[in-house]
Design a protein around this ligand. Structure first.
Ligand code: SAM
Length: 279
C-alpha cells in the first residue's frame, strides 16, 4: 500500500503558531522533506522531534521528487515543509503534489499559517475578492508585464517581496497603478517587529526613500476603482420617478425611459413600470 504525503504548514515567525497536528505528523513521518533544512532543524529541535530529514527545493526538485515518490510508493509517509508557512504556496511543493497525483499517491494537508492571507486580513483593504500574485520576476520586462496584466483588476492584489527588491517594486507599482492607490505593507508578521503600514503607493515610495526595508514583506494593493458598480450606485439615491422623468425630459417616450431606467438599475422593466405608475 502507498504511503501518504502530508503538506505541513509551519510558523511564519512565531513558533507558538505550530499546530498540535503538525507536530504529531512530523513526529510520525518516515521522512521530512524541507525546503530549507537549516530552518526546519531549528523547528524540529525546538519541539524535540528527531526524524530523518532531506532537502527538497527549487534546484533539486526533479531528482528529489522522483526519490520521494519512490518512498511513498513503497509505503512510507512523508511530511513536506516549506521554509515558512504553507507548502506549495510560492515554493516547489506544487510540483510534488502534481507528481503524487500522477502517481496516484494520496496527499493531505495539515493547515496553518500563510503569510499572504495574514497580510490580507490585516491590510484594512477589501477581503471579499482577492488574488494572490506571488513574487514578481527579477526580470524588469516580465515584472512590468505582470503588473500591467493586473492593473485593471477590481479585486485586492497580494504580492510577496524580498526586502532588497522592495524599493524598485514600489517604484514599478507607482508607475503602473498610479500613486493614489491604497497599499498595505505587512512585514515580519507574527514576529516581535511585526508592522503593517497602511498608506498610498506614493506615501510608501516616499517612506522607503528615507528608510531601508527590513525583514520579510507582503504587499497588499487595493483593486482598481469599480466604475461600473459605482455607476449603479449613483441610481441608488435617485427615486424611480426622478430616474424615469429624467429620460422623458431628455426626449424619450415613457416606454423607452422605463426600459433604460430598468437597465441602469439592473431591475425588471415591470418593476420600474409599476413603481413609476403607482400613486
Ligand atoms: N509558503 C509561504 C507562505 O505560506 O506564505 C511563503 C514562502 S515564500 C518563499 C516567502 C515569502 O513569504 C517572503 O519573501 C515574504 O514575502 C513572505 N513571508 C514569509 N514570512 C513572512 C512574515 N513573517 N512576514 C511577512 N512576509 C512573510
Amino acid at each position: 500500500m502507498n504511503g501518504k504525503l502530508y503538506l505541513c504548514a509551519t510558523p511564519i515567525g512565531n513558533l507558538g503558531d505550530v499546530s498540535a497536528r503538525c507536530l504529531e505528523v512530523l513526529s510520525g513521518a518516515d521522512l521530512i522533506a524541507a525546503e530549507d533544512t537549516r530552518r526546519t532543524i531549528q523547528l524540529l529541535n525546538h519541539f524535540e522531534i528527531s526524524r530523518p530529514l532531506t532537502s527538497y527545493h527549487e534546484h533539486n526538485k526533479h531528482e528529489k521528487g522522483a526519490y520521494i515518490i519512490s518512498l511513498l510508493k513503497s509505503g512510507k509517509n512523508v511530511a513536506l515543509v516549506s521554509d515558512a508557512g504553507t507548502p506549495a504556496i510560492s515554493d516547489p511543493g506544487e510540483d510534488l503534489v502534481r507528481l503524487c497525483a500522477e502517481n496516484e499517491v494520496e496527499v493531505t494537508s495539515v493547515p496553518g499559517p500563510v503569510a499572504g492571507v495574514n497580510a490580507l486580513i490585516l491590510s484594512g483593504l477589501s477581503t471579499r475578492r482577492f488574488a494572490f500574485e506571488g513574487f514578481l520576476s527579477v526580470n524588469k520586462r516580465h515584472r512590468k508585464e505582470h503588473l500591467e496584466s493586473v492593473k485593471d483588476d477590481k479585486h485586492t492584489l497580494i504580492f510577496y517581496e524580498a526586502p532588497h527588491k522592495l524599493k524598485n517594486t514600489l517604484g514599478d507599482m507607482k508607475n503602473t497603478f498610479g500613486g493614489d492607490r491604497k497599499i498595505a505593507l505587512a512585514r515580519e508578521l507574527t514576529k516581535i517587529h511585526e508592522e503593517v503600514m497602511r498608506c498610498t503607493i506614493d506615501e510608501a515610495v516616499r517612506f522607503y526613500e528615507e528608510n531601508n526595508p527590513r525583514g520579510e514583506y507582503v504587499i497588499v494593493i487595493e483593486g482598481a476603482a469599480d466604475t461600473e458598480h459605482s455607476e449603479e450606485n449613483v441610481w441608488e439615491n435617485v427615486s424611480v420617478r426622478e430616474h424615469v422623468d429624467k429620460y422623458i425630459a431628455e426626449g424619450m417616450t415613457s416606454k423607452e425611459a422605463v426600459k433604460k431606467a430598468a437597465l441602469d438599475r439592473g431591475a425588471p422593466k415591470r418593476e420600474i413600470y409599476n413603481e413609476y405608475h403607482k400613486e
